[in-house]
Design a protein around this ligand. Sequence first.
Ligand code: SAH
Length: 228
Amino acid sequence: MRIDIITALPDLVASPLSHSIVGRARTSGLLDVHVHDLRDFGSGRYRQIDDEPYGGGAGMVLQAEPLFACLEAVMNESPDIPVDEVIYMTPDTQVLTQATVNALTLSSRLVIIAGHYKGIDQRVRDAVVTMEISIGDYVLSGGELPACVLVDALARLIPGVISDAESALTDSFQDGLLDAPMYTRPASFRGMDVPDVLMSGNHEVIREWRDRMRMEKTRRIRPDLLEE
Ligand code: SAH
């Protein structure tokens, strides 16, 4: 899968996309991430990319012109790999779910736009963005971290990235439930013991216990998931 990220702060996405599972996915060639600096497409001596909002008010808006120019340049790179979605990370839309992440893993190429300040000119959203994603009902200062969140969620589902494929499939949300409690050595720690069932070696009984825990935990903490 190829992912192009358009941002005014390329340094901000460098580290989160260089470590752990995402980093390994990239070095192994299973994930190809390209970061594009929006400022390269700015105008004038100061490579301007933002301006005051029409109608007044505080904050700056990323201009349509550099965003269109950058998008066109990105599309012209590797035109043989068709772009499945042009995604704008923004709080004023539906919140990302595991189902959406799963569906996006079928893409061969995604372009992600990170906004800044007050956001981006609406004409970019109307004309070129095909999908909008929020990572939660709160406002961050830029779309870089949200873009990294999306790339991480995708990377771990690409076949071959996580060695034990079953691990990703038994995580929270994959079947609408939260994950079961996990324990590792030692069996007894400061008077707190690991549940006996997990030490039993009986996989059938362990599976039933985990299923029961997942159901109980979901009912207690996220009953809304059961209603869906
Ligand atoms: N004026 C906008 C907020 C802009 S925040 C509004 O009230 O809806 C600046 C940028 O940060 C946005 O363009 C977006 O790219 C990013 N951002 C902030 N919060 C986000 C969230 N919850 N999910 C995804 N992107 C977010």
